[in-house]
Design a protein around this ligand. Structure first.
Ligand code: HEC
Ligand code: HEC
Length: 367
């Protein structure tokens, strides 16, 4: 029987890792508390794609870009005669070649835009230094990232659709199984690996897996380290801690705008059904502290998003703000009423860092 070895082990491992990391990145972006894992997977894909570009230039037959088919005339001929193929392609057919290269380029752009978004919005990772200058534009950076993600889904759909079509139309070629065992039922020259190619493969695949393991296991490694400062409120303003942290979570002043704090402090005797009055000296101290550290003064994501969502309203209940409601809409009432949480306003039951002035994604406790 006709048989040809098309995909060497590194090409197949690349494919398996590529699929796993993209699926993993998609799963882990669903919940804020998994964002570091999402970034670890995205970074690993970045390294993997660099390896694939090197492999495309120096790799074995069929995996090299030189063996792809990028001629428009061939693409046309392939598509026109797709039902009655005149030619069997051993490596990538012309349509697959275009989709593959577009996919690789799109992944690069997705990873780069993701690192930008992570730096600008979260103040984390290698580009965190951009946060101070561009935090007002955090949504734009995120949208660019999402644009490339969507483009990637289109290309993945085209790739999977192509493979399925191939299975129906060119059944005997074994295109689908070949990505597992490397063989297609076509006549041709077998691919093989030279020693330098083996070395490149070990560095590329090993580097990807190694990077993933390090980013997942070393806390605060350079790819995910965060730079939002932790505040020691006790040291900064003990009166604020004693007066405002005795009945409930010590809400960071950076969570509400000046107007809200003025209004809240103006009616302490009727404070959510409690009397939280302060003597005049303490009142002045606490109000001044709240105003100098209000949401307007902070460029953290939570403050920026809170300000954007509030427009000109002077709400005093954080849990009534549109931003808070939106971020917690998928959490059921039962969880908020559970013994562990008790109230929506009990932020510290879920956000272990809130009393240090941050709400980091990786400090959200499992529900
Ligand atoms: C005597 C107890 C008491 C003291 C002292 C107190 N509060 Fe409260 N506060 C409450 C109660 C009760 C609520 C309602 C909590 C709930 O909805 O579960 C509340 C709610 C709040 C909320 C709204 C939380 C939400 O629902 O989003 C803010 C903001 C707040 N307090 C700020 C302060 C500040 C600032 C101080 C210090 C000046 C302070 N509180 C002192 C009892 C107190
Ligand atoms: C029952 C647990 C729970 C309570 C109580 C809770 N949160 Fe959250 N909060 C979460 C979860 C879970 C998320 C992540 C939501 C998601 O994945 O989109 C979140 C997200 C957030 C975010 C967005 C973080 C980001 O980086 O996207 C902010 C800000 C926030 N919470 C503030 C608060 C404040 C302030 C309080 C108290 C007034 C509070 N939360 C109470 C569970 C809770």
């Amino acid at each position: 029987m006709k048989r040809v070895y098309v995909w060497t082990l590194p090409s197949r491992l690349f494919h398996g890792l590529f699929v796993s990391l993209i699926v993993g990145a998609w799963i882990t972006v669903q919940e804020d508390q998994w964002l570091s894992t999402h970034v670890a997977m995205g970074s690993a894909v970045g390294v993997l794609v660099i390896f694939r570009f090197v492999w495309g230039m120096m790799g074995p037959k069929y995996s090299r870009f030189g063996d792809f088919n990028f001629q428009a005339s061939e693409l046309k001929e392939y598509l026109v005669s797709i039902l009655h193929p005149t030619r069997h392609y051993i490596g990538h057919n012309p349509a697959a070649s275009f989709v593959m290269i577009a996919m690789l380029i799109t992944v690069v752009l997705t990873v780069i835009s993701g690192i930008f978004a992570y730096g600008v919005q979260e103040n984390r990772g290698v580009l965190a230094f951009l946060h101070g200058e561009y935090f007002q534009k955090m949504d734009d950076f995120k949208e660019i990232h999402e644009f490339f993600v969507n483009l990637l889904w289109v290309l993945i759909a085209a790739h999977v659709g192509g493979v399925l079509a191939d299975r129906l139309l060119h059944k005997t070629d074994r295109t689908l199984p070949s990505i597992i065992d490397g063989y297609k039922n076509i006549e041709g020259e077998n691919a093989f690996l030279s020693v330098p190619q083996k070395v490149i493969a070990i560095i590329g695949i090993g580097g990807t897996v190694g990077l993933l393991m390090v980013t997942l296991s070393v806390p605060n490694n350079i790819l995910i380290a965060g730079y939002n400062p932790k505040v020691d409120y006790k040291q900064e303003n003990p009166v604020f801690v004693n007066e405002c942290g005795s009945c409930h979570t010590l809400y960071p002043p950076t969570l509400l705008p000046k107007e809200s704090w003025v209004k809240l402090m103006g009616d302490l005797p009727n404070h959510f059904g409690d009397d939280a009055s302060l003597d005049p000296v303490d009142h002045t101290t606490v109000l001044a502290y709240l105003l100098t550290h209000s949401a307007e003064t902070s460029n953290q994501e939570m403050s920026v998003k809170m300000m954007q969502s509030l427009k000109n309203r002077d709400m005093i209940a954080i849990t009534q703000t549109p931003f808070w409601k939106k971020r917690h809409q998928h959490i059921s009432d039962d969880i908020f009423k559970s013994d562990r949480v008790k109230s929506r306003a009990n932020c510290k039951a879920c956000h272990s860092d809130v009393e240090q002035g941050t709400i980091e994604d990786n400090a959200i406790k499992a529900l």
